[in-house]
Design a protein around this ligand. Structure first.
Ligand code: MSP
Length: 478
């Protein structure tokens, strides 16, 4: 079998429209998926929507819409956005799909049968925004810092999943990188949590919540939304919940374990503990790695409607287009760190790098090359090596890759200034040809290197090289 590569995004809650944080993660995964396909690996890229739970039930009720209809609308909006952003996902999983629900029930039955789940009760502070119980020390002034709301006191009969016996296993697998957590500081963060706090058994069901998957062994309870959601990472490969089938690795199930699970920093702990323990309880392989990224801030602050600093993904698409948006989200800072954006700074960067830089280079070179009396063969782009860029991408160094490409664009623009081919065309045919050969090759190289990041622009440059027709790639923004 060819080498395989399986990458997942978190699945997004369908209680509101997608925002740039969702687009950011999904674009990063798309670049990784495209780069791995270019490396000849059999690739599967999964994304989807997380559609059950109290948060969604509550919002649907407020809007007076039946929950299924409510989530259908948002799931469609997510899929439309991914098409618009040129996301090359191979699967799209919705947790309300009948096959997913049946698989989740089968898994829960297995966990119940093997003694990993038992009946009890749980008392704690529940944050509906996080859909998680919070410990006192996670709160700031009695509120969840992520949702700025006080969690509800909750005590109810529930089923619990055993966690504690996996504490040492998790520590050793993470330490040895068998279960790799990147960047390094997040590995340290989860290790410090696992080394200092006892893993408590977790409640995996809700008694008073209708909008969820009923437990197969007690229909009065629905499945805790995170357990339901985690399982998407395997049901999305068309898994019916039978553990044995995973071991046989037939069809798409060969893709498990995932090579990279991309996660925002707020959901590392829940994945590193509950998701990992669920897999261990089922005797299923842990994912090979998690990559944890930071959050997008706007003008140094968390985006919020109250502050009026929300940057909408529609707004970005309208202003910068698809490839402009993809470029600006991945070139704005080190992937992994928080990313601070403003529309003003992004507009400046768009003009500098894309309109004046790349766009200008392409139109100048194609215009010069389209002169009838000169014939320039284009080289065979198969021979262009993109190893350098693929290495950057394999290291999650997206801004490094784009900076490198941008450097080539600048050099090439400078080469034009230095050699003034429009003058050579009039008085030194030989030299003109030589200069143009180099410039055309530069464009081919740039188009090849840009492919995972800006697939449409890459295609447009290649087409312009073939047809010698100039079409502006990026219009300057005022
Ligand atoms: N449904 C859960 C995940 C279940 S995965 C089995 C969830 N959904 S979410 O829609 O709230 O968030 C999805 C992802 O978006 C998370 O990785 C989160 O970190 C990320 N982001 C949310 N806000 C963000 C920013 N402002 N910036 C970057 N990413 C952000 O959690």
């Amino acid at each position: 079998m060819k080498d395989k590569f399986y990458i997942t995004t978190p699945i997004y809650y369908t209680n509101a429209k997608p925002h740039i944080g969702h687009a950011y993660t999904t674009i990063a995964c798309d670049v990784l998926a495209r780069a791995n396909r270019l490396q000849g690996k059999e690739t599967f890229f999964l994304t989807g929507t997380d559609e059950h739970g109290a948060k969604i039930e509550k919002k649907a009720k407020e809007d007076g819409i039946e929950p299924q209809k409510f989530v259908d609308g948002f799931a469609q909006i997510f899929q439309d956005l991914w098409r618009a952003l040129n996301i090359s996902n191979d699967g799209f999983i919705r947790t309300t799909m009948p096959a997913h629900k049946l698989a989740v029930q089968k898994v829960l039955q297995t966990l119940h049968d093997n003694g990993s789940i038992y009946k009890g009760s749980y008392k704690g502070l529940y944050c509906v925004g996080c859909e998680q119980f919070k410990s006192e020390n996670e709160l700031v002034d009695g509120k969840c810092p992520d949702h700025n709301a006080a969690p509800e006191e909750m005590e109810e009969e529930c089923y619990l999943m055993k966690m504690n016996k996996w504490q040492e296993t998790l520590i050793s697998r993470i330490k040895s990188d068998e279960f790799k957590i990147q960047p390094e500081r997040y590995k340290k963060e989860i290790l410090s949590f696992l080394e200092n706090e006892k893993l408590e058994d977790v409640s995996i069901s809700r008694k008073n919540l209708k909008w969820g998957i009923p437990l197969p062994f007690d229909s009065q309870h629905t499945t805790y939304v995170w357990i339901d959601a985690f399982l998407n990472y395997i049901t999305g490969l068309v898994w019916d919940g039978e553990t044995e089938k995973l071991k046989a690795k037939s069809k798409k199930l060969k893709f498990w374990p995932a090579d990279v699970q991309m996660l925002g920093k707020d959901i590392l702990r829940v994945h590193g503990t509950i998701w990992a323990a669920t897999l261990l309880n089922l005797e299923i392989d842990l994912p090979k790695s998690f990559f944890i990224h930071g959050h997008i801030l706007s003008g140094g602050k968390k985006m919020s409607k109250t502050l009026g600093n929300v940057i909408g993904i529609d707004q970005m698409l309208e202003k910068f287009g698809v490839d402009g948006t993809r470029y600006l989200l991945l070139s704005g800072g080190t992937f992994g760190d928080d990313l601070d954006l403003t529309m003003e700074r992004m507009s400046e960067k768009f003009n500098a790098d894309l309109a004046n830089g790349l766009g200008n280079l392409v139109s100048r070179v194609i215009k010069l090359a389209s002169q009838d009396n000169f014939q320039f063969p284009i080289s065979n782009s198969q021979s262009i090596s993109n190893d350098k860029i693929l290495n950057f991408i394999n290291e999650f160094n997206f801004d490094g890759a784009l900076e490198y490409i941008n450097g080539l664009v600048k050099e090439s623009n400078k080469f034009i200034e230095d050699n003034k081919p429009w003058e050579l065309a009039k008085n030194d045919e030989e030299k003109f040809k030589e200069v143009m050969q180099k410039l055309l090759l530069d464009l081919e190289i740039i188009a090849t290197l840009l492919l995972p990041f800006m697939p449409e622009t890459s295609e447009k440059i290649k087409l312009a090289l073939e047809t010698r027709i100039v079409q502006p790639l990026f219009q300057r923004i005022k």
